[in-house]
Design a protein around this ligand. Sequence first.
Ligand SMILES: Nc1nc2c(ncn2[C@@H]2O[C@H](COP(=O)(O)OP(=O)(O)OP(=O)(O)O)[C@@H](O)[C@H]2O)c(=O)[nH]1
Ligand SMILES: [Mg+2]
Length: 191
Amino acid sequence: MKITSAEFCKSAFESAHWPVDGRPEIAFLGRSNVGKSSLLNSLLHRKGLARTSNTPGRTQSISFFLINDSFYFVDLPGYGFAKVSKTMRSDWGKMAEDYLSQREQLALSIQLVDSRHKPSQLDLQLHEWLEFNQKAYLVVATKSDKLSSNELTKQMRVIDSVMPESRVISYSSQTGKGRDAVWSAIAKALS
Ligand SMILES: Nc1nc2c(ncn2[C@@H]2O[C@H](COP(=O)(O)OP(=O)(O)OP(=O)(O)O)[C@@H](O)[C@H]2O)c(=O)[nH]1
Ligand SMILES: [Mg+2]
């Protein structure tokens, strides 16, 4: 897909602040620090559009980015980061869950997992939730540049074995490997 424009639209801490124009949305989901904001930037060839950080739990609200004036990328807060207070943690979960369960214009959920690790309990919970609720989703295994090609092949098998129903694409936000495959899934979801 040719990107003609990509702009930050807003950060919402409550559902009343979500966009109301009805344009379709592509959401990025996964645990803190897995690389959601980096993937979003990498897909758009825009380094600093979504804020990335070495400090997990940085993205605390739902951020909306308007692409080509026709659809949104939605950067959701990460789950499973222990260092924040319990109430804050459940607020995050609740906000993301509200978004996922209520949002009619959600065209595709992109679930990120770390290619170096076996998906966690929380990854599997989210995955089962997406399956059970018959959401259109795609699994992206991030940080593939941190593995040798042998290790990556092995890890992709591990991920496939616990998420057998899913299509899994390996990705590197550092090199852009996997970009075309992710874009074609997005284009299909939007068409
Ligand atoms: N080598 C490598 N590093 C990556 C990749 N993707 C993300 N990172 C690094 O991982 C860290 C976290 O990335 P973010 O994109 O901020 O992660 P996030 O999922 O948005 O994190 P939260 O907003 O805290 O939930 C940053 O230091 C990134 O540079 C990748 O594909 N390869
Ligand atoms: Mg982020």
